[in-house]
Design a protein around this ligand. Structure first.
Ligand SMILES: NC(=O)c1ccc[n+]([C@@H]2O[C@H](COP(=O)([O-])OP(=O)(O)OC[C@H]3O[C@@H](n4cnc5c(N)ncnc54)[C@H](O)[C@@H]3O)[C@@H](O)[C@H]2O)c1
Length: 351
């Protein structure tokens, strides 16, 4: 049986990473085209990972028989490229975030429904073992009623990072700064844990970088439909760069994931009573330690590969697609809502 064929669109930093993942999955997927207007980038990646180089998706689709289009362009081009692929009846794997606005994400959703094909938005940290373990505990009710959470991204990006591409730090193509580009993963995990966000209030600032339109620090509070409250803190100006951290708290347990590792997990299994008298700090390293041991830091490469495997399972009809456009739309919505709140000085209700 012939393998599904792939066109990889955008041969920059993350495009090269998808090239690596595709080579790891060469027995499941066949890379036939790499497209980038910077043709020498496409040629270099094609020479390394396979396929022919093209200056655009349009030319790749004209010349090659393609089943799956992988979109690794700047964020503000995700919609245009994905919709072209969907209009041609292709499946799509698109990098995060889906697009720079909820409206543009909705256009992709309409195109996907018309095509009837699969679209997954890369949210690789949902596939980390630590995340899977925490979400499963929440699903089983072992954290009890969820009360609050914190998504904190305390990173550093030098000025050279923003200067490395014209699109970086622009509203049109990056869609935002620390919260949208770097923070979206952790915001997405908070949404996965706490459910649908309904209101957000935020402040943003640009304090440590020049020549960018967007924020390098954002602080926000979020209310979720369940009543749970969340805090978002995202920055690219915390020198020398610390971690991405998720905290989730409930009335029967709490979890902390730090840099993709399970740092703390305290759960109360069904049928057991939480200790009513417990107050103040507790350490649940015993419960967390086995998960930490099994957590594969495998970083970028392994997490992307795990999401590809889910996509392949969904393509074969053996698994449910775990991240679709609607899933990512919620995270895009809370982030763009935070930007609107910072601009207007008012809380923003999320649709
Ligand atoms: N999942 C993750 O952890 C992760 C990490 C980094 C970046 N990303 C996402 O990946 C996307 C790209 O980021 P990057 O850092 O690789 O950027 P980059 O600038 O390194 O690469 C983007 C590439 O896309 C090409 N391009 C632009 N328009 C195109 C078009 N219409 N058709 C084909 N190619 C086009 C550019 O020439 C460039 O080579 C962004 O949306 C970013 O948010 C995700």
């Amino acid at each position: 049986m012939s393998l599904p064929t792939v066109a990889l669109v955008g041969a920059g930093v993350i495009g090269r990473h998808h090239g690596l993942v595709l080579s790891q999955l060469r027995d499941r997927l066949h890379l036939v085209a790499v497209a980038d207007p910077e043709i020498e980038r496409a040629e270099r990646l094609a020479a390394e990972r396979g396929g022919r180089a093209y200056p655009s998706l349009t030319e790749a689709l004209r010349a090659e028989n393609v089943d799956v289009v992988v979109v690794c362009t700047p964020t503000g081009r995700h919609g245009q490229v994905s919709i072209e692929a969907l209009a041609a009846g292709k499946h799509v794997i698109v990098e995060k975030p889906a697009e720079v606005s909820v409206g543009r994400t909705d256009e992709m959703i309409v195109a996907q429904r018309q095509a009837g094909t699969l679209v997954t938005v890369i949210s690789q940290h949902r596939f980390d073992p630590a995340t899977e373990r925490v979400l499963a505990a929440i699903e089983r009710g072992e954290l009890g009623r969820l009360t609050s959470g914190i998504a904190a991204i305390d990173w550093w990006r030098g000025q050279s990072y923003y200067d490395s591409g014209d699109w970086r730090g622009t509203w049109e193509l990056d869609g935002g700064g620390a919260l949208m580009n770097q923070g979206v993963h952790t915001v997405d995990l908070l949404v996965a844990a706490l459910g649908r966000p309904v209101e957000v209030f935020a402040y943003t600032a640009t304090l440590a970088h020049q020549r960018i339109e967007v924020e390098d620090v954002a602080a926000a509070v979020v209310r979720f439909v369940s009543g749970a409250l969340g805090v978002l803190h995202a920055t690219t100006s915390a020198y020398p760069g610390l971690s991405a951290r998720l905290q989730v708290h409930g009335d029967r347990g709490s979890a902390v994931i730090d840099n993709d590792e399970l740092a703390f997990l305290h759960t109360t299994p069904a049928g057991a009573d939480p200790q009513e008298m417990l107050m103040g700090g507790t350490r649940s390293v015993a419960q967390a330690s086995d998960a930490t041991a099994s957590s594969n830091p495998g970083q970028l490469s392994d997490a992307h590969r795990r999401q590809y495997l889910n996509f392949l399972g969904a393509l074969a009809g053996t698994e449910k697609l775990r991240v679709d456009l609607e899933t990512n739309r919620q995270s895009v919505g809370v982030i763009t809502g935070a930007y609107e709140s910072a601009r207007t000085g008012r809380p923003v209700t999320l649709s």
